[in-house]
Design a protein around this ligand. Structure first.
Ligand code: NI
Ligand code: MN
Length: 237
C-alpha cells in the first residue's frame, strides 16, 4: 500500500491507544489505556520504554495509564493546562502544557494542539474534575511526514482548515459512534482533511462503539482514502 510515513510506525493497542515509533527512534504513546482496556493485548500491558505521552482529554479511557507511565519513565506528557495541573497533583513533574493552536517541539516532533468537539472531565474518586477542553494533535516528524490524531470528536468544518494549514497525509479517527463520530462522519472528516490514509479507532471496545471500518469504506464511496483497520497489537509500517 502507498503509505507515505517513512520510518514512522503506528501500533494500535485497542480503543484510542497508539504506540508510535518515530524516525529518530523515539517511542510515543497516545492516550494510554492498557491493563483496563479490554482490547489491549497482554504483551502491551507493559509497553516498554516510552519517550513521550500525548493526551487528548481527561476521560478515563484515555488518561488511565498516564500517571503510572509518567512516573515509571519520567517522560513528558503533552496535554492541556487543566489536565497538566491535575497530573501534577498526582505526582507527575514532566508536563508540557499546550493549548489549541500552540505548537511545541518534543522528541524531534512538531506537535500542534487542535480543536475537538467533545468533553474532558476527569473522574477523580466520586467527583468529576474540570479537565479543560478536549483536543486533537497534528504531528510533524523530522522528515516532514504529518499526521493528525483527532482525539474524541464529531466531525467539524474546520478540519478543512487543518488541511489548509498542515496538509496531513494520515489521520487517526474515531469511528465507533455514540461517544464520538461514527463511520459516516469519519468519512466526511477524511474528505475535509484530504488525507490518503485513515487508521480508525475508538470502535469495537464495547457494544456501544458499534461503527465499523467496513461502514466507513462504504461511506467513503469512490473517495481515494485507504482505511487501514489494524488488529490490536498490529503495526502499520
Ligand atoms: Ni472521551
Ligand atoms: Mn473516549
Amino acid at each position: 500500500m502507498s503509505y507515505l510515513g517513512k520510518d514512522t510506525t503506528f501500533t494500535w493497542l485497542g480503543h484510542a491507544t497508539f504506540l508510535i515509533g518515530t524516525p529518530s527512534g523515539h517511542k510515543v504513546i497516545v492516550d494510554p489505556w492498557l491493563e483496563g482496556n479490554p482490547k489491549c493485548p497482554k504483551e502491551y500491558h507493559d509497553p516498554g520504554s516510552i519517550d513521550l505521552i500525548l493526551l487528548t482529554h481527561g476521560h478515563s479511557d484515555h488518561i488511565a495509564d498516564v500517571v503510572p507511565l509518567g512516573k515509571k519513565h519520567g517522560c513528558p506528557v503533552v496535554t492541556n493546562p487543566e489536565i497538566a495541573h491535575w497530573l501534577r497533583k498526582q505526582g507527575l513533574e514532566n508536563l508540557i502544557e499546550l493549548n489549541k493552536g500552540g505548537t511545541v517541539e518534543a522528541c524531534s516532533l512538531q506537535i500542534t494542539m487542535t480543536n475537538a468537539h467533545h468533553s474532558s472531565g476527569i473522574t477523580d474518586g466520586d467527583n468529576i474534575v474540570y479537565g479543560g477542553e478536549p483536543a486533537g494533535f497534528i504531528v510533524e516528524t523530522e522528515n516532514e511526514f504529518r499526521f493528525y490524531i483527532a482525539g474524541d470528536t464529531c466531525v467539524f468544518g474546520d478540519m478543512a482548515l487543518l488541511r489548509e494549514l498542515h496538509n496531513p497525509s494520515l489521520a487517526i479517527l474515531p469511528i465507533g459512534d455514540t461517544y464520538t463520530m461514527g463511520p459516516r462522519e469519519a468519512a466526511k472528516a477524511a474528505n475535509l482533511l484530504g488525507v490518503q490514509v485513515v487508521i480508525p479507532c475508538h470502535y469495537g471496545t464495547f457494544p456501544a462503539l458499534h461503527g465499523t471500518p467496513e461502514q466507513m469504506r462504504d461511506a467513503l464511496g469512490r473517495l481515494q482514502v485507504q482505511v487501514v483497520d489494524l488488529e490490536p497489537g498490529q503495526t502499520l509500517e
